[in-house]
Design a protein around this ligand. Sequence first.
Ligand SMILES: *[C@@H]1O[C@H](CO)[C@@H](O)[C@H](O)[C@H]1NC(C)=O
Ligand SMILES: *[C@@H]1O[C@H](CO)[C@@H](O)[C@H](O)[C@H]1NC(C)=O
Ligand SMILES: *[C@@H]1O[C@H](CO)[C@@H](O)[C@H](O)[C@H]1NC(C)=O
Ligand SMILES: *[C@@H]1O[C@H](CO)[C@@H](O)[C@H](O)[C@H]1NC(C)=O
Ligand SMILES: *[C@@H]1O[C@H](CO)[C@@H](O)[C@H](O)[C@H]1NC(C)=O
Ligand SMILES: *[C@@H]1O[C@H](CO)[C@@H](O)[C@H](O)[C@H]1NC(C)=O
Ligand SMILES: *[C@@H]1O[C@H](CO)[C@@H](O)[C@H](O)[C@H]1NC(C)=O
Ligand SMILES: *[C@@H]1O[C@H](CO)[C@@H](O)[C@H](O)[C@H]1NC(C)=O
Ligand SMILES: *[C@@H]1O[C@H](CO)[C@@H](O)[C@H](O)[C@H]1NC(C)=O
Ligand SMILES: *[C@@H]1O[C@H](CO)[C@@H](O)[C@H](O)[C@H]1NC(C)=O
Length: 539
Amino acid sequence: MHRIELLLTFLMFMFTSTSETCTLRFNITAVRGEPFYLKYCSLAPEPKNETAAVRWYKSSGSHGRIELNSSSFPRISLYDHVLEFWPVELEDSGSYFFHMGNNTREWKLNVIGKSKHRCFAEKLLISKPVEVQKSLRVKCINTHYEKLANRTSLYKNCQEIENNKNAVLQKNAEFEDQGYYTCVYFIPHNGKLFHVTKTFNITIVGDRSKITPVLLGPKLNYVKVELGKDVKLNCSALANEKDAFYWNVWEENGKEPNVHEENVTRIRTPDGKLYASRILRIENINEKNLNFSYNCSVASEGGTDIISFVLLKKEGMVDIPGYVFTRGMIVAVLISVVVVCLVIMGVIYRVDLVLFYRHFMGKDETLTDGKAYDAFVSYLKECGPENGEEHTFAVEILPEVLEKHFGYKLCIFERDVVPGGAVVDEIHSLIEKSRRLIIVLSKSYMSNEVRYELESGLHEALVERKIKVILIEFTPVRDFMFFPQSLQLLKSHRVLKWNADKPPSYNSRFWKNLLYLMPAKTVKPYGAESEVLPVLSRS
Ligand SMILES: *[C@@H]1O[C@H](CO)[C@@H](O)[C@H](O)[C@H]1NC(C)=O
Ligand SMILES: *[C@@H]1O[C@H](CO)[C@@H](O)[C@H](O)[C@H]1NC(C)=O
Ligand SMILES: *[C@@H]1O[C@H](CO)[C@@H](O)[C@H](O)[C@H]1NC(C)=O
Ligand SMILES: *[C@@H]1O[C@H](CO)[C@@H](O)[C@H](O)[C@H]1NC(C)=O
Ligand SMILES: *[C@@H]1O[C@H](CO)[C@@H](O)[C@H](O)[C@H]1NC(C)=O
Ligand SMILES: *[C@@H]1O[C@H](CO)[C@@H](O)[C@H](O)[C@H]1NC(C)=O
Ligand SMILES: *[C@@H]1O[C@H](CO)[C@@H](O)[C@H](O)[C@H]1NC(C)=O
Ligand SMILES: *[C@@H]1O[C@H](CO)[C@@H](O)[C@H](O)[C@H]1NC(C)=O
Ligand SMILES: *[C@@H]1O[C@H](CO)[C@@H](O)[C@H](O)[C@H]1NC(C)=O
Ligand SMILES: *[C@@H]1O[C@H](CO)[C@@H](O)[C@H](O)[C@H]1NC(C)=O
């Protein structure tokens, strides 16, 4: 008993261990550059004639049948019933024959190269469709080479899968798992390292179980539209791959020319559900399209589902035709341009606008401040030959225009200050009683006498902010080397330039600017009749 059992086990072992690695197919394809083998085994365990000699032959093309032996074919090794190639090459294609006593066997070997830019041969792929969410298992098994390999790796799309132990992939299939999985055995042989590969073409397929298709959304949909516009009705379904999915767009008297049914788009979610959607495009909507029921259907053996879309005219909204909109835009642009122009004009004609406003509103700043003079005029008092014009300007032209014509009250030292007394105190109090300090600047202005007025006035203006300074440049200021720093702090619009060569009229920019800088006052000029502007007597 014991012996028989042992024998049976041995036979079983022999059978399983050999049958797995036997080369049973007639037509064999091998990849060049890789180790390859042919193994003979008879399926029926018949009594073996151990002494029977094994012979291998090859025949290819014009060459006759030649016997193979390791000594004349260095890439070939023969043992037991196995013929091994280290490695197999393109010229090894041909017919191979195995002879052992009365037993013979033939194979037809076709050696091919690997696909371009790929780590496998496309013809040798093992296709394996896997249903999504089902178990995906890629395991590298090769009973013949496994025991020779010192390493086995698993590659996906020719990239080694990282952290992959034992070259096994086991997971729930998702669509992104689709790809080419290659088992690579690294086999050292006679001091060389060989690769044996086996590649699976794994495709992830959708759920094969049929569902009853359903359309998404309410059964009846009202869509507000405007006549003349286009609309797209989107019908979506949870459906099977092959389900019929369509719009009923036919009317009794034929298809409306402005209604178009677009193609179905199908999207598979990672969990294997299939969503289909189909658009019905209605162009240039007319009255006939309203109140009509556009039905979308999906149908399979499992059942049918229909939803309806009805177009309604948009109520309560006045249609704005395109041309009205365009006109509106043009008007808006024009208004903005006008506003910008007005702002620019306002900046340019600021002085005139302010003067007009003062006149129009009857504005008067002088009533409540308790000051006696509208301006204190500071100028060079000595009337010498080189500064005669300036003197004339200060004591004649200024009062003529500002007092007689525009009704201001000036304080002019020569005219208004009683001789004698403490001049310095007097000047100080006069400046305090004035609303503006008009400084008539010229080359010889900076004499000791006026310097005090200047400094006192600037102190009031810049430190105490009681008085505003108006500078009239009689000759250009840049000539003055010894000019006080504080004067340069004056804002440039408070500096007026007098052009003695062109005596300005009352309406000139010079006087307007001066009036603008003067306090607002409503006093009517008492010489309203057009007077002749005094002209500088040129000496
Ligand atoms: C082997 O392939 C050839 C063509 O290449 C074909 O004619 C033959 O029938 C095939 N034999 C078998 C057993 O598949
Ligand atoms: C075994 O093989 C030898 C040599 O090929 C042959 O002479 C002998 O008859 C064979 N025996 C059997 C039982 O087939
Ligand atoms: C090997 O085969 C070749 C021809 O195929 C033959 O010439 C040679 O003698 C053979 N050598 C051995 C050792 O059998
Ligand atoms: C097997 O071979 C022997 C000689 O080796 C021969 O006598 C016998 O007829 C052969 N048997 C068959 C079935 O061909
Ligand atoms: C496998 O064998 C080759 C050649 O002998 C050697 O270079 C390589 O380091 C070995 N790899 C491992 C993982 O043992
Ligand atoms: C892999 O399998 C898919 C699905 O069967 C097929 O479409 C594709 O062509 C195959 N790839 C190659 C390289 O044969
Ligand atoms: C239609 O609706 C489906 C589902 O709501 C959406 O996935 C699809 O992108 C839509 N199609 C268009 C063209 O808007
Ligand atoms: C719809 O499908 C047809 C046939 O498959 C194709 O000829 C046509 O170009 C497709 N239309 C669009 C808009 O994709
Ligand atoms: C469309 O339907 C509305 C109410 O459902 C109805 O008042 C209107 O008269 C209908 N219009 C047409 C053209 O049938
Ligand atoms: C759409 O369905 C409604 C009822 O669901 C039906 O009255 C109408 O005739 C259908 N329209 C078309 C074009 O089939």
